[in-house]
Design a protein around this ligand. Structure first.
Ligand SMILES: [Zn+2]
Ligand SMILES: [Zn+2]
Length: 466
């Protein structure tokens, strides 16, 4: 083997040439080339309010609370209101969101009309408008092209984005499939009539005909229920980007949390959802709360839905593993590790003998250890350590006298001060690698870089033990 190796092409060292190039992607390009409206200030605040939404989202709740104060709640109406909350909520979660915005399954005409009508009762805009915004949200998550950008704050992503006129158009998102859809077009055309019918008329008429409680139906199943459906689904844009953890990816803000799932009819596993948006599930475990998934699954069993999309489990688990490794790497980096042979002086046998006369040095597996701080703490007794000062204790340490624990081996490695010249073949013998280092998390770049391997010193150099 030649002793002259060509110089490896490494990263340039000139500071000017390593400066990061300006990132130019579609989002930054669009932000640069399109105009935004001036920022909202107190002086232009009222001009920038979306008054229709302010009325629907702020005035209606007060009417509902006033009505509730003057209307006795009957148990039949209470039960019906909860049912109607789930009915209209599923119109959004199973219909608007998972069927139309994400195409995560196919629905027959009956189920499509059912969901379009139910969703109209939630008063959140037509399927087409809602899905267009939601597709932009997924495509431009956490950027200014995301209509409910979580970076603007919790309340902005929850409700502010509807109360204020947006500063710029949401990013481009294709909804041509929805423009061709017969049910979506029908709902868009009759949207106002459907709202009045499904959000106010039906929840008034059913309690009126059923148990003679038209007023209770109007107040509780109509207005109060609407308030709950609104804030429940709005939580997907706020709470789900704020509370919980990121078991699948942490590039963006979406999070998984049971509380969010409970608030949103199962849309709370939002970290999973942003990674695998075409999956008809939000929760992948059977015990996690995802009634929307259960509803779609039942519809499939009834023959109303088909082609439920599920992302390959192998890829889902890769995401989980990546995040687990990331956390383990953080733990790894927070710990102190033994010196590598590349960082230690190489000592001859004669020098080792000479220096161990002055201080307690012990040779094990080719590494020279300074055990001064450990003699009195050795569980097996100080005399064993003293006995092996200036000797090779490899065999004694690994079973000759006592087969030491992995913890003992890990601790021993922390006391390394030198490497014996020609003492061992590093990297082959497990005795030279402490158990805690046999499995390590390394970045890809570290694996491929020449300094990453623990190759033994090739050049002999006489050193002093540090
Ligand atoms: Zn989201
Ligand atoms: Zn989504």
């Amino acid at each position: 083997m030649s002793s002259i190796s060509p110089r490896r092409a490494g990263p340039p060292t000139d500071a000017s040439s390593v400066a990061a190039p300006e990132v130019d992607n579609f989002v930054s390009h669009t932000l640069k080339t399109t105009k935004a409206l001036p920022p909202i200030t107190w002086s232009n605040f009222s001009k920038n309010l979306n008054w229709l939404n302010v009325f629907i989202l702020c005035v209606t709740p007060f009417i509902g609370m006033f009505g509730a104060y003057h209307t006795k709640l009957r148990w039949e109406t209470a039960l019906f209101s909860v049912f109607y909350y789930y009915f209209t909520g599923l119109g959004i979660t199973a219909g608007y969101h998972r069927l139309w915005a994400h195409r995560s399954y196919n629905a027959g005409k009956f189920l499509q009309y059912f969901l379009a009508i139910a969703g109209a009762g939630a008063v959140e805009g037509s399927i087409k408008w809602w899905s267009r915004g939601h597709r932009a949200h997924h495509r431009y998550t956490d950027t200014e092209l995301d209509p409910y950008n979580a970076g603007e704050g919790f309340w902005y992503s929850h409700i502010g984005w509807m109360l204020l006129k947006p500063r710029r158009k949401p990013g481009v998102a294709d909804v041509s499939d929805l423009s061709k859809n017969e049910v979506v077009r029908w709902q868009h055309k009759y949207y106002i009539s459907l709202i009045l019918l499904m959000s106010f008329a039906v929840p008034t008429i059913i309690p009126w005909l059923g148990w003679n409680d038209a007023k209770g139906g109007y107040v509780y199943a109509g207005i109060i229920r609407l308030l709950f459906v609104h804030h429940s689904t709005f939580c997907v844009n706020s709470l789900a980007h704020w509370l919980g953890d990121s078991p699948f990816d942490d590039k963006h803000s979406p999070r998984d949390h049971l509380i969010t799932a409970l608030c949103t009819i199962g849309e709370g596993y939002h970290n999973f959802h942003h990674q695998f948006p075409m999956d008809y599930r939000n929760a992948i475990k059977w015990y996690q709360y995802d009634p929307t998934k259960w509803f779609i699954w039942v519809c499939q069993k009834l023959g109303l839905a088909s082609h439920l999309k599920v992302f390959p489990d192998n890829e889902v688990r890769k995401g989980q593993l990546t995040m687990q490794l990331k956390r383990l790497r953080e733990t790894q980096e927070s710990l102190a590790w033994p010196s590598d042979s590349n960082d230690l002086p190489v000592i001859s046998w004669e020098s080792y003998i000479e220096q161990s006369a002055k201080r307690p040095l012990i040779l094990i597996s080719g590494f020279i250890h300074d055990v001064a701080s450990f003699i009195d703490e050795h569980p097996g007794g100080a005399h064993w350590i003293i006995k092996y000062i200036g000797k090779d204790a490899t065999t004694a340490f690994f079973g000759g006298v006592y087969d030491h624990s992995n913890a003992a081996h890990n601790l021993l490695a922390m006391k390394r001060v030198g490497v014996l010249h020609g003492g061992f073949q590093q990297g082959i013998d497990d005795k030279s690698i402490p158990p805690s280092q046999r499995l390590k998390i390394a970045r890809y770049a570290e694996l491929s870089s020449p300094g990453a391997s623990s190759a033994a010193h090739s050049d002999y150099e006489e050193g002093m033990l540090g």
